[in-house]
Write a protein that binds this ligand. Structure first.
Ligand code: C5P
Length: 221
């Protein structure tokens, strides 16, 4: 069996999802965006008015959720208890709180179990923060995808249609803060696994990054 697990980790806005999706497409693998799972939990916590401080309630909440990921038109669709939340998990409100929710031990435990299950059949490209270092340390290929915070903020800025509502400087501050929270949490923080290959995409195009990863995947077969 030559199907493998590819883990793509790195800070916010490094281009992980676009890259992971295209790599999966080229290899005929399944793409799994684990950030969307943390976002889905955050959305449901906000709706239920459960705060990060209410750890027991948050634990109960995450255990009550059935999260499903399905290939969609623009990558991956996310369903929670049958409801399509694909667009709802991308709001600024969710983005600003997700790293706090993701620091909760039970949330990480429950989602980690789901992620390992999704990778059981191999042939997956999974992107996140702790996939190569914690969730799937057995992954055959681990990529740590980074770019300067300036470049990452700029890419996000260009993506936002209504850029009147936020300045580039503000975006840069928010991205840096999310990185800080993800790197400094106690449980499975954002780190580069010792056996991961670091790709700095600051001066690379998406296509160059995709090509580099597909090429690396061939060396692992
Ligand atoms: O990838 P994305 O930016 O959508 O992830 C949103 C947040 O989810 C991250 O900032 C991080 O706090 C959390 N996350 C995580 N572990 C993962 C994937 C995402 O803690 N494997």
């Amino acid at each position: 069996n030559d199907r493998m697990i590819i883990a793509i980790d790195g800070p916010a806005g490094a281009g992980k999802s676009s890259v992971a999706r295209k790599v999966a497409e080229q290899l005929g693998y399944v793409y799994i965006d684990t950030g969307s799972m943390y976002r889905a939990v955050t959305l449901m916590a906000q709706r239920a008015r459960v705060t990060v401080e209410q750890t027991a309630k948050l634990a109960d909440l995450v255990k009550s959720l059935e999260i499903e990921l399905e290939p969609g038109e623009q990558g991956q669709s996310v369903f929670v208890n049958g409801e399509d939340v694909t667009a709802l998990i991308r709001t600024r409100e969710v983005t600003l709180q997700v790293s706090h929710i993701a620091a909760n031990e039970t949330v990480r435990e429950v989602l980690g179990i789901m992620q390992r299950k999704l990778a059981e059949r191999k042939g997956v490209v999974m992107d996140g923060r702790d996939i190569g270092s914690h969730v799937l340390p057995q992954a055959e290929l681990k990529i740590f995808l980074t770019a300067s915070v300036k470049e990452r903020a700029l890419r996000r800025y260009r993506e936002i249609v209504d850029s009147q509502s936020i300045t580039l400087a503000q975006l840069e501050t928010e991205i840096a803060e999310r990185d800080r929270l993800d790197e400094q949490r106690d449980i499975s923080p954002l780190i580069c696994a010792p056996d991961a290959i670091v790709l700095d995409s600051t001066a690379m195009t998406i296509d160059e990054v995709i090509h580099a990863i597909v090429k690396l995947s061939r060396t692992k077969l």
